[in-house]
Design a protein around this ligand. Structure first.
Ligand code: ARG
Length: 458
């Protein structure tokens, strides 16, 4: 039989396959609470503006509260024939309260309704991402504070470069995740305009009050162009963009954790809570959570590309293509929020192996730059010449199989006669990091100052 919501001009119902491809209820049921909040605000506004009677609005409101309770209790029966969450809710409302239910959809379309529901859902995910990031940032700050002066190798090309502090490395991630946080805040502020009242695409001839519904639903203002409103999914794309960058950051630290926890590095020990064993190799402690976090960007960026591809070239205004927006965003948001929580747990539990970090920092001639800088400062050599002299000293140490600090003063003076005993003061890794006090540099005193600054800001 024909659909009761729009079947006035239809004599036959849809084919089963048509119903299967058309229905979104399987996934957009996740928008139920936003849908009902939007409908309650809409009904209250219709009554306040005299478009419907107060007693009808009251019946609608009571009925919608009951529908939400049924959905939350799991007693609601979702119907594929009713296509989506909007029609499922309205059909049940009409079973509960009868005729007044038919007045709810006055001055509204599913086009502005879905734009509203989805925007509110994405807005809530921005909030969830922001609080997940706050927790993660505070976990990194705790590591940075504890290890402000622990020395570790800093890498370029994954080759030992110069000694840095553990705290400085942790604070690098604080910077990244704080930028992510501000991206979600920016996106949230930009999306916080209310689509409700754009109706199908052109607005409505009813004397609605869009400012009233915008305010009731926590928006800063109503959107200003009805055509843009029903065809815009920028808010979801911005969320996905911010989520992709954030997941990229998660993947980078995840990769460092995988490397650092290997037997070859032994820089860190992951807690039992965030490691798994092997069913065959009893010695194994696998960093599964870190590996999964390394991978999550794949699906989050995939969702981003998918939604861009759906939106590309769509003529104004709403097209059913846009129903393909939700599953991607749902999946990306779920994985991002879970990923942030998992990373927070791993970082909180993480134990740095200070001895291994310091030993690694001391090997690989990591203080060669300090030696070159000393030649510039103490002997007034041009940096290029200092670089050359240091290169010769490194080669000598390499040939002897020792560190720079193990070369005797005699040996050093054979390469440059003016080198003095004072050179040894810059060859220790502790001296090296302590000297790097330039703003943004790795010195422990800088790390402590930055930790204090971040803690004030949070
Ligand atoms: N289920 C639809 C979606 O997710 C809701 C809007 C449908 N509007 C329409 N005119 N068919 O996009």
């Amino acid at each position: 039989s024909a659909n009761t919501m729009w079947g006035g001009r239809f004599s036959a119902g849809p084919d089963a396959i048509m119903e299967a491809i058309n229905a979104s209820i399987g996934f957009d049921k996740r928008l139920a609470s936003q849908d009902i909040a939007g409908s309650r605000a809409h009904a209250a506004m219709l009554a306040a503006t005299g478009i419907i009677k107060a007693e009808d609005a009251a019946a609608i409101d009571t009925g919608l509260v009951q529908v939400l309770e049924e959905i939350e209790a799991g007693t609601f029966t979702f119907s594929t024939a009713l296509e989506d969450i909007h029609m499922n809710v309205e059909a049940r409302l009409s079973e509960i309260i009868g005729a007044p239910a038919g007045r709810l959809h006055t001055a509204r379309s599913r086009n502005d309704q879905v734009a509203l529901d989805f925007r509110m859902w994405v807005r809530a995910q921005c909030d969830a991402a922001i609080s997940g990031l706050d927790a993660l940032i505070s976990a990194f700050l705790a590591q940075a504070e504890a290890g402000a002066d622990w020395v570790m190798p800093g890498f370029t090309h994954l080759q030992t470069a110069q000694p840095v502090t553990w705290g400085h490395h942790m604070l690098a991630y604080v910077e990244m995740f704080a930028r992510d946080r501000s991206r979600f805040e920016d996106a949230r502020a930009r999306m916080n305009e209310c689509p409700l009242g754009a109706a199908a695409l052109a607005g409505t001839s009813f004397p609605i009050d869009r400012h009233m519904t915008a305010q009731a639903l926590g928006f800063d203002r109503p959107t200003s162009n009805s055509l843009d409103t029903v065809s815009d999914r920028d808010f979801a794309l911005e969320f996905l963009g911010a989520a992709s960058i954030c997941a990229m950051h998660l993947s980078r630290f995840a990769e460092e954790l995988v490397i650092w926890s290997s037997a070859q590095f032994r820089f860190v020990r992951m807690s039992d809570r965030f490691s798994t064993g092997s069913s065959i190799m009893p010695q194994k402690r696998n960093p599964d959570a870190a590996e999964l976090l390394r991978a999550k960007l794949g699906r989050i960026l995939g969702a981003t590309v998918a939604l861009f591809t759906v939106m590309k070239g769509l003529p104004l205004t709403y097209s059913k293509d846009m129903q393909e927006d939700k599953e991607q965003v749902f999946d990306a948001a779920d994985n991002l929020i879970l990923g942030l929580a998992a990373m927070e747990g791993m970082v909180r539990d993480l134990t740095a192996n200070r001895a291994a970090l310091e030993a690694a920092a001391s090997s690989g001639f990591s203080t060669a730059t300090d030696l070159a800088d000393w030649l510039v400062r103490a002997l007034n050599l041009p940096f290029r010449e200092a670089h050359h002299v240091t290169g010769a000293l490194v080669k000598l140490a390499e040939d002897k199989g020792c560190d720079l600090a193990d070369l005797s003063l005699d040996e050093m003076q054979k390469i440059h006669g003016e080198i003095t005993q004072a050179v040894y003061s810059v060859l220790g890794v502790q001296n090296s990091v302590a000297s790097r006090t330039s703003y943004g540099g790795t010195a422990p005193e800088n790390v402590r100052a930055q930790v204090a600054r971040w803690k004030e800001g949070l």
